[in-house]
Design a protein around this ligand. Sequence first.
Ligand code: FES
Length: 147
Amino acid sequence: MTRFTVNNQPVEYQLDPRTPLLWALREASNLTGTKYGCGSGDCGACTVDIDGAAVRSCQVSIGSIEGTFVTTIEGLSANNDHPVQRAFLAANVVQCGYCIPGMVMAAAALLRRNRNPSEEDIAGAITNLCRCGIYPRLVEAVGRAAR
Ligand code: FES
């Protein structure tokens, strides 16, 4: 059994400890806001927060995060009103939307450790891929959220 906290709720998974966190969240906890894109750590669609850091959940086994605090997009804010979420809406970032939960989680983690990121900081910290090409609006939104 693997135990940790997801969105402030204790969870116990009766799964193989090698199970990627992504699949435990999506299939065992029905937290489908965390997306599967590549499964190889490249795209960032599966980004969640673990103990304050943005992490690609497809690359993390549940057995390796015993006792940690995981936050998914569902747990980021009470009413989708995190400053990053509000800024994404205000800047019309979303196009198809598939990559957005991971982008939001990466942006929120960045702003927790850097309240005034430069464009270079944003580009360096948010390496998530987007097939719609939202990057200019992403930079604008993160700048808005920082203000
Ligand atoms: Fe995890 Fe792409 S699904 S990085």
